[in-house]
Design a protein around this ligand. Sequence first.
Ligand code: ADP
Ligand code: ZN
Length: 216
Amino acid sequence: MRRRVILLGPPGSGKGTIAARLKTEFGFEHFSTGHLLRQEVAKDSAVGRQVGLFLERGELVPDELVLALVESTLAKSRPEQGYLSDGFPRTLVQASAFDAWSGTRGLAIEQVIYCESSEELVLSRITGRRSCVACGHVYHATFVPPKTVGRCDECGGGLAQRADDSEALVRRRFQVYLRETEPLVAYYRAQGNLTVVDASQSLEKIMARIEVMLRQ
Ligand code: ADP
Ligand code: ZN
């Protein structure tokens, strides 16, 4: 089974939800740079305050900072378990730096899953999105509701709407995505390890397709 996997796609295309399912079903080590960055902000460290300025504007955090964060996170994990990344890499600089870093450690990416989604679909999904303030698990008021309203199924933490999930900021983030991140689709397609998933399908359909692909 392929266990070094990248989820690529616009904000709100379902990457976090897919990651959580793969984690429960196959024990993937999942990390989300967005969640790691929000944790830095919550700590209110010097780095966190810097990071917060980018998040508030819907802009990308500088590559060096994100790369350092990812490398230290993976250095602490068990490499034989593989990794499942939600939201990284997001720029060509991040992608090529990660290829170099992971390649020399025998941890090269095995599969990239591209969740293709329109701006309108993303908007309708993100406005209902709620995430756990403690563990980052993602829910949706209608599509993926928690068992108890306002409480995380995983850890019992409180659920909240993210500060950057307003309509104006989602539109902004979508533009940033098109400019900075979408070029990665061609980059990974050229490497031959890209699978495209239609994010407008039901989660069950998407998961069935991903599972078949990861077992190949
Ligand atoms: P979404 O996928 O809905 O945009 P994330 O939690 O992945 O949500 O990201 C939230 C924010 O965190 C982004 O708008 C960006 O500012 C920052 N961020 C996350 N991952 C990266 C990354 N790899 N590089 C730069 N900035 C990032
Ligand atoms: Zn939780």
